[in-house]
Design a protein around this ligand. Structure first.
Ligand code: ARG
Length: 449
């Protein structure tokens, strides 16, 4: 390449070749429709379809002669068709533009990619439920502000993630529905002057419907943005989980041990087991957010209709799909293989005056207004702290010096009574957690069937 040869600048082949299958499927459906409508002789359509089949085989066998100077996947396939079947190849692009073609390819790709992502979300949700089933009676501290707040069952914590990922699954399905619209027949921007049958092409390609406006169809990349934003939210969830796994596996917390497959040793310090996979999951989240912002920025200044800027949608989308798909799989592996230090979790749940709220509630049940009870327990906590004790180590006399509503039953408040008292829908009492685990299992089975 000479100093003033900038032809490489416009080339997208190195990444858009991953659309080859979708591009060929779109062309085959298009050419079949052209023949059925009498726009092309059946014999020509047969030749073209057969030739496209050979091109596909060549790509899959790994001996397709890729040509960068043809810029993209569409031109590479079309030119190769000429090598295979001669000039009749020139008829394939009748009643079509690369503008409606590339949108069709991208929509087919997006629909397929989302199937893969939904499968990976399912695996991760399965891992959460699996861990929840193993640990329905394991007690851990629940946190706010990274301060021990109230005890919860570990299963309850796992099912919080099950819920989050359930919303991600819904969003993925919505994004898929939005991609499920067929743009072919929009031409460059204004439609095509042939008696085409767009519904037939939609049916052949498995699209739910056809686009309503040719200008919108070739200039719309909302379906890309939908997947990027859905993926960003999902990565945000995975990053929070990653952060918890990093904390929990630290010496400071000591709550879990990650499987060796998901840690690496330090080259200098032999005692270290670094949670590199969790850290990378957290780190890669930034990349996915970046793709969303990049694509919003690409689109914001574009006049109708197609502009070449839109070619920039591909790397953003492909990388997002790859990162999300692999991160979901890594997290599923990490969650299902982690081992809990059940004693340490329980100790932590019992520390930190996590029963303060329960003692306040004890007074409220006996008629004291909550704000006042809050003050009493604050004073008790201070007194306990001064004496170097935990709340439930104070004597009944001490309690009664703060309020005569206390009797000896206050001394039996412990983590278990605290947990079991939260017997409301969505709460952490063991009966509620057990039915939530059952409901989660059922949801997974229904998703599978
Ligand atoms: N490689 C192009 C893209 O990805 C294909 C569409 C080109 N269309 C055009 N009018 N130049 O956007």
């Amino acid at each position: 390449m000479s100093h003033n040869d900038h032809s490489a600048y416009t080339v997208s082949l190195h990444y858009d070749r991953r659309l080859y299958k979708h591009d060929i499927a779109g062309s085959m459906a298009h050419v079949r429709m052209l023949a059925k409508q009498g726009i092309l002789p059946q014999a020509d359509a047969d030749l073209i379809e057969n030739g496209l089949g050979q091109v596909k085989d060549e790509i899959e066998a790994g001996n397709f002669p890729w040509r960068d100077e043809l810029e993209d996947i569409h031109m590479n396939i079309e030119r190769r068709l000429f090598d295979k079947i001669g000039d009749v190849a020139g008829k394939l692009h009748t009643a079509r533009s690369r503008n409606d073609q590339v949108s069709t390819d991208m929509r087919l790709y997006t629909k397929e990619a989302i199937n893969g992502l939904i499968g990976a979300v399912h695996e991760l949700r399965q891992a959460f439920v699996g861990k929840a089933e193993e640990h329905t009676t394991t007690i851990m501290p629940g946190y706010t502000h990274v301060q021990r707040a109230q005890p919860v069952y570990f299963a309850h914590h796992m099912l919080a993630y099950f819920e989050m990922l359930g919303r991600d699954q819904e969003r993925l399905l919505q994004a898929q529905a939005r991609a499920d619209v067929m743009p072919l027949g929009s031409g460059a921007l204004a439609g095509v002057p042939y008696p085409i049958d767009r519904e037939m092409v939609a049916r052949e390609l498995g699209f739910a419907s056809i686009s309503a406006n040719s200008m919108d169809a070739v200039s719309d990349r909302d379906f890309v943005l939908d997947l990027l934003s859905t993926s960003s939210t999902c990565m945000m969830h995975l990053s929070r989980l990653a952060e918890e796994l990093v904390l929990w596996s630290s010496e400071e917390f000591g709550f879990i041990r990650l499987h060796d497959d998901y840690t690496t040793g330090s080259s200098m310090m032999p005692q270290k087991r670094n949670p590199d996979f969790a850290e990378l999951a957290r780190g890669k989240t930034g990349r996915v957010f970046g793709h969303l912002v990049a694509m919003l920025t690409v689109m914001k200044g574009l006049p109708m209709t197609y502009d070449r800027d839109m070619q920039e949608d591909k790397e953003a989308l492909f990388d997002t799909v790859d990162v999300l798909q692999s991160t979901l799989a890594v997290m599923a592996g990490m969650v299902s293989t982690m081992e809990l230090n059940v004693e340490r979790l329980r100790e932590a749940a019992e520390g930190g005056n996590s029963l303060a709220t329960d003692i306040a509630d004890y007074l409220v049940i006996r008629g004291m207004p909550f704000r006042e009870a809050h003050g009493v327990v604050a004073a008790l906590s201070e007194q306990a702290a001064d004496a170097g004790k935990k709340l439930n180590e104070l004597s009944l006399d001490t309690y009664r010096s703060h309020s005569t509503l206390f009797d000896e039953s206050v001394l039996s408040i412990d983590v278990t009574t605290s947990l079991e008292a939260r017997d409301v829908p969505g709460g952490t009492a063991s009966g509620r957690v057990a039915s939530a685990v059952d409901a989660a299992r059922e949801t997974l089975e229904k998703d599978n069937g």
